[in-house]
Write a protein that binds this ligand. Structure first.
Ligand code: PLP
Length: 447
């Protein structure tokens, strides 16, 4: 089917839950994807931080083919070697002792919420069940995880939401402390708010938060669904912020494109689950686990992690350089290959401009361009992105005119995140969540 046909069929038979760009993708190789008309695109979306090994990675493809021939699926009524081998790798490379496997990020967070509540129930009784999450967070679209998500637009129309969730300011320990009550079971937080505008909290915040949780006997759940599996330059982002979570959730990059999620925990916390307390038909499916093992092999054994880290620094520097000469850029922030560029105008037109130049990027929180390429990306491919961005933004700026340019020069990040003084790696960027995001600065731009 050509793209137009795909669009027509989609409108007819698929529920209208996504605002899609007008291309139908049919195949990919490395960091390039091809549409139904066989046009190529440089992929800086990577399934939103999923295709860590890019497209058509030989190790991943071979592992999947082998496992498909051997055993596609088996129930968790039985033992399964790919599941065991993946769990072994996850625990030997993290703080965790135990893993629960599922199929997506939302399910991993559901497992984390249930586990934290059950742990609190067993240790402190039925009155300890509340989870504190952050404003502008994103934890998924199931009823529990959209309640956990600190964004009213995600929750709109789905009331009554799940009881037992309260919200605090990201990067604001005092605000989290104010939400803590004798009912608090856990704090659930992303190392970087990806969907919330690629916002990085500072290092001191994490140390104080960890101490606060310890003092109050409150569990710390780290949602690494977007940041995990090498995305930020280390296997898990929590390694860089030097905290020790009680629970961590993974999905996205874990399967390199196969649907798999995981909830990891320390022994003490994991003991709260027993047979019958949680389950998933497809969780730990042999095919998905074989794929995730190939991702581990590439990241750890074949040193893709180090390559991704170097490429993250290269991309961050390139974006910073662009910011120094483009008035439409308010801020550049991120870690590793999870980078954001906050604009003084809406981001969608720039996404469209890049698409016209055959480069796929994504926009989050209205005016933050997000760059999450496969970790195999090369400097050449990053240079191509930077050139296209530079051209696109320069053209936009010349259309906006000098009046806006002068104003834009004065415009600080509307999320008020301080620019990083150091290299891309390092949790030293601040954000004041008390500030409201304003993307209304497009008034004099012809979009
Ligand atoms: N948590 C975070 C931090 C995410 O970025 C996402 C997805 O974007 C989710 C949870 C939900 O994952 P999924 O879409 O696989 O359910």
């Amino acid at each position: 089917m050509l793209t137009e046909e795909l669009q027509q069929h989609t409108a007819r038979t698929i529920m209208n839950t996504y605002a899609r760009l007008p291309i139908g993708l049919v195949r990919g190789q490395g960091c390039t994807v091809y549409d139904a008309e066989d046009r190529d695109y440089l992929d800086f979306v990577a399934g939103i931080a999923v295709n860590a090994l890019g497209h058509g990675h030989p190790g991943l493809v071979t592992a999947i083919a082998r496992q498909a021939q051997r055993l596609l699926h088996t129930s968790n009524l039985f033992y399964s070697e790919p599941q065991v081998r993946l769990a072994n790798r996850l625990v030997s490379h993290s703080f965790a002792d135990k893993v629960f496997f599922c199929n997506s990020g939302a399910e991993a967070n559901e497992a984390a919420i249930k586990l934290a509540r059950r742990h609190a129930f067993q240790h402190h009784g039925p009155d300890r069940y509340e989870i504190i999450t952050m404003h502008h967070s994103f934890h998924g679209r199931t009823l529990a995880t959209l309640t956990a998500t600190g964004q009213t637009r995600v929750q709109h129309g789905f009331a009554p939401l799940l009881p037992g969730f309260t919200y605090a300011g990201f990067n604001d320990v005092a605000s989290i402390e104010r939400q803590m009550t004798p009912h608090t079971a856990a704090v659930m937080i992303e190392p970087i708010q990806g969907e919330g505008g690629v916002v990085v909290a500072d290092r001191s915040f994490w140390a104080t938060l960890q101490q606060l949780c310890r003092d109050r006997g409150v569990l710390l759940i780290v949602d690494e669904i977007q940041t995990g599996m090498g995305r930020t330059g280390t296997l898990f982002a929590y390694e860089q912020i030097q905290i020790r979570p009680d629970i961590m959730t993974l999905a996205k990059g874990l399967g390199g494109g196969l649907p798999i999620g995981a909830c990891l925990a320390t022994d003490d916390v994991a003991r709260a689950f027993d047979p019958g307390s949680h389950a998933s038909t497809f969780g730990g499916n042999p095919l998905a686990c074989a794929g995730a093992l190939a991702v581990f092999q590439a990241l750890v054994d074949d040193h893709l992690l180090e390559h991704g880290r170097a490429m993250g620094e290269y991309l961050h520097k390139g974006l910073q350089e662009l910011k120094s000469r483009c008035a439409l850029i308010a801020d550049v922030r991120g870690l590793g290959l999870l980078q954001g560029m906050e604009l003084t105008m809406a981001g969608h037109p720039i996404v469209q401009d890049c698409l016209a130049r055959r480069v796929l990027i994504n926009c989050t929180r209205e005016n933050v361009l997000r760059f999450v390429p496969p970790l195999i990306v090369t400097t050449r491919e990053i240079d191509r992105l930077l050139n296209v961005l530079s051209d696109t933004l320069t053209k936009r700026l010349s259309r906006v005119g000098s009046r806006h340019a002068h104003r834009a020069h004065d415009t600080r990040s509307s999320i008020r995140t301080e620019p990083a003084p150091g290299p891309a790696l390092g949790f030293d960027q601040g954000v004041d969540q008390g500030a409201t995001l304003s993307v209304g600065d497009t008034g004099d731009i012809q979009l």
